[in-house]
Design a binder for this molecule. Structure first.
Ligand code: ZN
Length: 330
């Protein structure tokens, strides 16, 4: 028999109206023997209709999700809702508190530990609660990411190629409704343990985003998140109103050739900026050895033509870093 989750919710998922509360995860530690981690949650419910689960702060150094969702939780009008919206602005709460991608408690990367464990680490316990208690409630799932401290992207909403083509079409429709400047058919370097994979395997209409990065946010990327959330909820039939139309350029990562991975340590020289067109074989990044003068820089080329959709953000790089992502206009 599977162990019950140690997490308790201070809100009632079945109650109409707006509730602001917490998921309480017991965490005994030096500064609080019988303490808990209070993960903020809002539930907005009215009459009957589908349920949307909306998450931000899956990684703790990405900010369009947490800020956009804190604003939405405090401002969405329940009278305009038919169904239920479950909002978790800071899914990996300890990571958001620390401003780091992974949790400072167990180094858990929330998007690599699904389906989680009820008797696992703090991060695994949160994932397990989402897996067994929240995803089953949802029809639509939106997980808002951006690049964090080490990556930056052109702002896109994304979904995956799925074996179930009917579900894939519904995910693509939701991604288009979100209305980010770009829409990406995404492939993953490592899809095991992702919230995405769990939601898709349960047959939920799932989309995610990469809205910017560098460990901060801008007025523009926040506005994309807020408009996208609204559009997503209207598209799902939960929120009254009209999908605000926006021009979306569809991109496709196609296969692993979209990634430019480095094999050098040094300082990065970007040769093209985000959103620029690149030709197959074009140098997109050089890496300079900063410990010597007179040495040639290592050159990294795009394996295919397309558009620079993602880039390494910090100036220093190490072997194995993802330097660039080149996506093809679909
Ligand atoms: Zn992320």
């Amino acid at each position: 028999m599977t162990r019950p989750s140690p997490i308790t919710a201070t809100i009632d998922f079945e109650k109409d109206g707006v509730q602001h509360g917490h998921l309480r995860l017991p965490y005994s530690r030096d500064d609080s023997a019988w303490g808990a981690i209070p993960i903020p949650i809002a539930v907005l419910k009215n009459s009957s209709g589908p349920t949307a689960l909306i998450t931000g702060g899956n990684h703790g150094d990405e900010y369009e999700g947490p800020v956009g969702l804190l604003k939405a939780a405090g401002s969405l009008d329940p009278d305009k809702i038919a169904g239920r919206i479950i909002i978790l602005p800071c899914l990996n709460f300890p990571a958001v508190q620390a401003g780091t991608r992974t949790s400072p408690i167990d180094k858990g990367n929330m998007n690599r530990v699904f389906p989680g464990r009820p008797d696992g680490s703090v991060t695994e316990k949160i994932a397990d609660y989402v897996q067994r208690h929240l995803l089953p409630l949802a029809d639509y799932v939106l997980d808002i990411h951006s690049g964090g401290k080490t990556l930056e992207f052109v702002p896109f909403a994304a979904c995956h190629r799925l074996a179930d083509k009917g579900l894939e079409a519904r995910c693509v429709a939701a991604m288009k409704a979100f209305g980010a400047p770009y829409g990406m058919l995404m492939i993953e370097l490592d899809s095991v343990g992702m919230l995405d994979t769990s939601a898709e395997e349960m047959g939920k209409v799932f989309i995610s985003t990469e809205l910017g990065g560098g460990g901060t946010l801008t007025a523009r990327t926040l506005a994309i998140a807020e408009r996208g959330l609204r559009n997503f909820l209207v598209h799902a039939g939960i929120l009254q109103g009209r999908v605000a139309s926006a021009e979306t350029l569809m991109l496709d990562m196609e296969d692993g050739d979209c990634f430019v991975i480095g094999d050098d340590r040094g300082l990065i020289e970007p040769c093209v900026d985000l959103g620029a067109k690149v030709e197959a074989g074009q140098v997109v990044v050089r890496i300079h050895d900063f410990e010597h003068t007179g040495r040639p820089a290592a050159e990294y080329r795009a394996k295919r033509a397309g558009l620079l959709a993602g880039r390494h953000f910090p100036g220093r790089v190490q072997p194995g870093d993802c330097l660039a992502v080149v996506a093809s206009p679909a």
